[in-house]
Design a protein around this ligand. Structure first.
Ligand code: SF4
Length: 178
């Protein structure tokens, strides 16, 4: 079943995909400090990002309540290492794929799978958090591996994937916990 899911996700545009046990994943609460530094500009600006999404301890506990993680990556091409627009576009392409993956059949062991993408939720052009409105798509809004305290570089190693894929590329990761 996992092989079938892997092939489906690869055919949808992912560059690599693998399944691992959640018990093998390294979670690091200290990563929340990176969110707090607000390098991405989404801290406090998205319902799916810290601090609104919850404390890192709560989210790690939630993630550890699942048995398996289906991990996938996409690799986007950049004009150069300063190509911010290219990075944003690659992030959008990644999270569009993450939304399509939501439509696949992951095993449901009495609990809805948890879908996580890269960076903040990119479903709306401007998050309702910024405009003072409630979340417009609470069923489809997606948080990120980073918000859940996952050590993504260790996760890549665990899954036999490269965390970085060479000059002038940007690599994003997505996870489905089930
Ligand atoms: S669905 Fe829209 S309003 Fe809700 S968290 Fe995502 S971007 Fe924000």
């Amino acid at each position: 079943m996992y092989e079938e899911l892997r092939e489906q996700v690869l055919s949808m545009g992912a560059n690599a995909a693998a399944v691992t046990a959640v018990s093998e994943i390294s979670f690091e609460p200290a990563f929340r400090k990176m969110c707090e530094s607000n390098a991405c500009g989404n801290y406090g600006k998205s319902y799916m990002c810290p601090p609104d999404i919850g404390t890192v301890e709560e989210l790690i506990e939630e993630a550890k309540g699942y048995q398996y993680a289906f991990v996938y990556q996409t690799v986007g091409e950049l004009e150069d290492s300063y190509d911010f627009e290219g990075m944003m576009l690659a992030g959008k392409i990644h999270n569009d794929l993450a939304q399509k993956i939501r439509g696949l059949s992951f095993p449901d062991h009495g609990k809805k799978p948890l879908f996580l993408g890269a960076g903040g939720c990119r479903l709306c052009q401007v998050c309702g958090k910024k405009t003072g409105e409630p979340c417009r798509h609470p069923e489809d809004a997606m948080s990120s591996l980073e918000a859940y305290g996952m050590n993504v570089s260790e996760l890549a190693k665990l899954c036999g994937m490269r965390y970085i894929n060479g000059a002038n590329t940007v690599t994003y990761f997505g996870v489905v916990l089930f």
